[in-house]
Design a protein around this ligand. Structure first.
Ligand SMILES: [Zn+2]
Length: 349
């Protein structure tokens, strides 16, 4: 059986396969987290390496090359991930992973570092095992730190023969312009609600609407939320936010085990919903909190909300390596309480 992609990817899959022989040496795949970008890219790389692809260009799933892909051992294929993600890589890990090192050891890096790129040079200059060339995937590409990005840039500027680069990014705007300019861009689409809901129902999710609203229709992310912790923590936070005078320090204590990236995501979606309501739109992410959201939006100043939302978006950059996770959490929540009291938001550090 030739490999296949998620139903919402079919059209882009066919279009890309149709030009598989006319590809540039560097591609940048972007799209919302949790829509299956890395799965798509793996299958595409597998198809390019396949010995006997199907008529439409998709990998056969049977040849030696495809068997190597099935066991993650293809000698001409490499995936470069931040150290922290190497155990749990998927399109749904709160990017990058939440892993913490064992006590006493340094935490695994959340970035793709220059050594990770340097280590590739041997791989790049070795002859390919097969005649279809080599593929190197960077995921998520926005985690390349400055030095690593510069090292990669050298390869993109003087592309080594027989090697193609595929960058996969949830947030391509965080990549340097110099990298952008050397990649051909492919924006992978987010599925329509009904397509995503159908896919989730087939996987046993009886009521997919709320999970999809939470994730902006990202089906893989929605599927990964199918755990009690997520919904319990979300409820604790949103109930707290919905209070007239939220007790933020008590709330921070209650939520101390939440990963900051998860908390920030919830706050971003909450403030986004408030902004939408304030400007006459409807709730997008938290339909189950429609009523308290509408009450809060009605009494806040649009300018304060907009400022707080921008602040939360800026926090995205530091959320994976806060100096002190607890303090970070408290600051996010205290900022919200300040907006609720009609005070101006503390300016970002
Ligand atoms: Zn094959």
């Amino acid at each position: 059986m030739p490999v296949d992609v998620f139903p919402w990817q079919t059209e882009q899959w066919r279009a890309l396969l149709a030009r598989r022989d006319r590809l540039p040496h560097a591609l940048l795949f972007s799209g919302r987290q949790g829509i299956g970008k890395i799965d798509f890219v793996r299958k595409f790389a597998q198809s390019l390496a396949c010995e006997t692809p199907a008529a439409d260009g998709a990998a056969c799933g049977n040849c030696q090359s495809c068997r190597w892909f099935a066991t993650n051992s293809h000698p001409d294929y490499r995936e470069i991930l931040p150290e922290a993600m190497r155990q749990t890589e998927s399109d749904t890990a709160e990017s990058p992973g939440e892993a913490e090192g064992p006590a006493g050891k340094r935490k695994p890096s959340q970035e793709i570092r220059i050594d990770d790129v340097r280590d590739l040079q041997d791989f790049i200059f070795l002859t390919s095992h097969q005649r279809h060339g080599k593929t190197i995937v960077f995921y998520p590409a926005e985690t390349l730190n400055v030095n690593a990005a510069n090292a990669l840039l050298k390869n993109l500027e003087e592309p080594p023969a027989g090697t193609r680069f595929m960058l996969v990014s949830h947030r391509p705007s965080e990549l340097p312009a110099t990298i952008h300019s050397r990649c051909q861009k492919i924006a992978l689409s987010t599925p329509a609600t009904e397509v995503a809901a159908q896919w989730l129902r087939a996987r046993g999710i009886a009521e997919p609407a709320l999970s999809l609203a939470q994730t902006g229709n990202a089906p893989l992310l929605a599927l990964s939320l199918n755990d009690d912790d997520f919904w319990r923590q979300r409820k604790a936070l949103l109930n707290g936010l919905a209070q007239h005078e939220p007790e933020m320090l008590a709330l921070a204590e209650q939520l101390r085990d939440i990963h900051p990236a998860r908390l920030l995501g919830w706050l971003q979606r909450w403030s986004y919903d408030l902004l939408r309501l304030r400007s006459g739109g409807s709730v997008r992410y938290n339909p189950d909190y429609q009523k308290p959201l509408a009450q809060i939006a009605g009494r806040l100043r649009a300018i304060d909300l907009a400022r707080y939302h921008r602040l939360l978006l800026r926090e995205q950059r530091s959320v994976n390596h806060p100096l002190n996770a607890r303090l970070y959490l408290e600051q996010l929540l205290l900022g919200y309480a300040a907006v609720m009291r009609g005070e101006s938001v503390p300016v970002a550090r």
